[in-house]
Design a protein around this ligand. Structure first.
Ligand SMILES: NC(=O)c1ccc[n+]([C@@H]2O[C@H](COP(=O)([O-])OP(=O)(O)OC[C@H]3O[C@@H](n4cnc5c(N)ncnc54)[C@H](OP(=O)(O)O)[C@@H]3O)[C@@H](O)[C@H]2O)c1
Length: 299
C-alpha cells in the first residue's frame, strides 16, 4: 500500500491520528490526507479483501480502509494493506469510494449501518451496497431479472431488512448490487452441503451462483462508473438445481467428501436469474461463466 507521501493526488495535511477509548479500541481517526481514489470497505471479509486487492492493482496510490465489527481480523487486514477500524470509528474526512459488503446477520440494525456508511461517503466517486436477489418475489423456479417484482414489505423479516438497507443506500445516492449465491473453492452452498452430507431440502430447487472474484470485478466496474441510485444484479446466468450442483461436485472428482443427498419434498422452489441489462450497461462478463466451468466440466 502506498504511503501518503507517495500519493500525488492527496491533499496536503498532517498524518493520520488515531485515538483509542479506554478499552484500547480505535474509535476516532483524524486525517486531512484523502486521495481521490481512497476506498472504504465496510465488511472486509471474503469479498471485501478481493475488492481491495483488485482496487490496489487499479489504483496503486490509493489507501484502502476496512471497517469491521470486531478487532478479530485486524492483524490479517494490516498484512494485506487494508487499514482496519472498528465500526463506530468517527472519521474527520469522508471517502470518495465506499463499498458496503458486510453481511446482515451480526448487526442489530443493518439499515442504520448503511446510513452510517453513507455518511462516511463524500458523494464524489461511488457508494455501493452488495445486497441479495432474495428480495425478488419468485419461488416457482421461474425466470427473474433486474426488473422482477419485489417481495412486499411485511412478508419476511429477512427481506424487510435487505429492502430497508437498500433504501438507505439509495437515499444516500448510492447504488445497489443484488447478488445470488457466492462461491469459491472453499466457500459456498456446495461446501455447506458437502459438510452436512444429507440435506433436508428439495433437490429440484433452482439456485444461482457467482464466483467471489467475479463479484469483485463487477463491484469495481460499478464503482468506477460513479453512478447514482442504480440497481444491478450479479449472477453467472447459469441457474442450476441443488441436485445439478452436487452432481457437478461429484463428477469433478475434486472433493474428498461424499454427498449423500437431498431429502426434502415440499419446501419452496427458487428462481432462474439473468442479468442481461447489468452486463449490457457495464460491459461486464464473469471470468467463471458457470459453476461447472469453474470445476473444469463442460456445460
Ligand atoms: N454469501 C452469499 O451467498 C451472499 C449472497 C448474497 C449477498 N451476499 C452479500 O455479499 C457480501 C459479501 O459477503 P462475504 O461472504 O464476503 O462477507 P463476509 O466474509 O462474511 O464478511 C465478513 C466481514 O464483515 C464484517 N462485518 C460484519 N458485519 C459488519 C457490520 N455491520 N459493519 C462492519 N463490518 C461488518 C466482519 O467483521 P469482523 O472481522 O469483525 O468479523 C468481517 O470483516 C455481503 O454484503 C453479503 O450480504 C452474500
Amino acid at each position: 500500500m502506498a504511503t501518503s507521501s507517495q500519493n500525488s493526488s492527496f491533499t496536503a495535511g498532517p498524518p493520520m491520528d488515531i485515538f483509542s477509548n479506554n478499552a484500547g479500541e480505535l474509535n476516532s481517526v483524524y486525517t486531512d490526507v484523502v486521495g481521490e481514489h481512497d476506498l472504504m470497505i465496510v465488511g472486509p471479509g471474503v469479498l471485501g479483501r478481493i475488492v481491495a486487492e483488485k482496487w490496489q492493482q487499479e489504483y496503486p496510490n490509493s489507501q484502502i480502509y476496512g471497517q469491521t465489527m470486531t478487532t478479530n481480523h485486524h492483524d490479517e487486514l494490516i498484512k494485506i494493506g487494508i487499514k482496519p477500524f472498528l465500526r463506530d470509528t468517527k472519521f474527520s474526512h469522508k471517502f470518495p469510494y465506499v463499498i458496503f459488503c458486510a453481511p446482515p446477520f451480526p448487526t442489530t440494525d443493518y439499515p442504520n449501518d448503511l446510513r452510517s456508511a453513507g455518511l462516511n461517503w463524500s458523494g464524489k466517486g461511488s457508494f455501493l451496497f452488495t445486497s441479495s436477489t432474495a428480495v425478488y418475489d419468485c419461488n416457482d423456479n421461474g425466470l427473474c431479472d433486474e426488473d422482477f417484482p419485489l417481495v412486499p414489505i411485511g412478508r419476511s423479516s429477512r427481506t424487510d431488512v435487505l429492502l430497508k438497507a437498500e433504501n438507505a443506500a439509495l437515499e444516500a445516492g448510492g447504488c445497489v448490487l443484488r447478488l445470488v449465491g457466492l462461491y469459491n473453492s472453499d466457500k459456498g452452498p456446495h461446501m455447506y452441503w458437502l459438510e452436512k452430507g444429507t440435506v433436508e431440502s428439495r433437490p429440484d430447487h433452482i439456485l444461482n451462483l457467482i464466483h467471489y472474484k467475479d463479484v469483485a470485478s463487477l463491484s469495481i466496474a460499478i464503482l468506477k462508473k460513479n453512478l447514482r441510485n442504480r440497481i444491478f444484479v450479479g449472477c453467472d446466468n447459469h441457474p442450476l438445481s441443488r441436485q445439478d450442483i452436487m452432481d457437478a461436485v461429484s463428477q469433478s472428482g475434486k472433493f474428498d467428501k461424499n454427498f449423500n443427498g437431498f431429502t426434502g419434498t415440499d419446501d419452496p422452489l427458487g428462481k432462474k436469474i439473468y442479468n442481461t441489462k447489468t452486463r449490457a450497461e457495464l460491459g461486464w462478463e464473469p471470468k467463471y461463466q458457470s459453476f461447472r466451468q469453474f470445476l473444469g466440466l463442460t456445460d
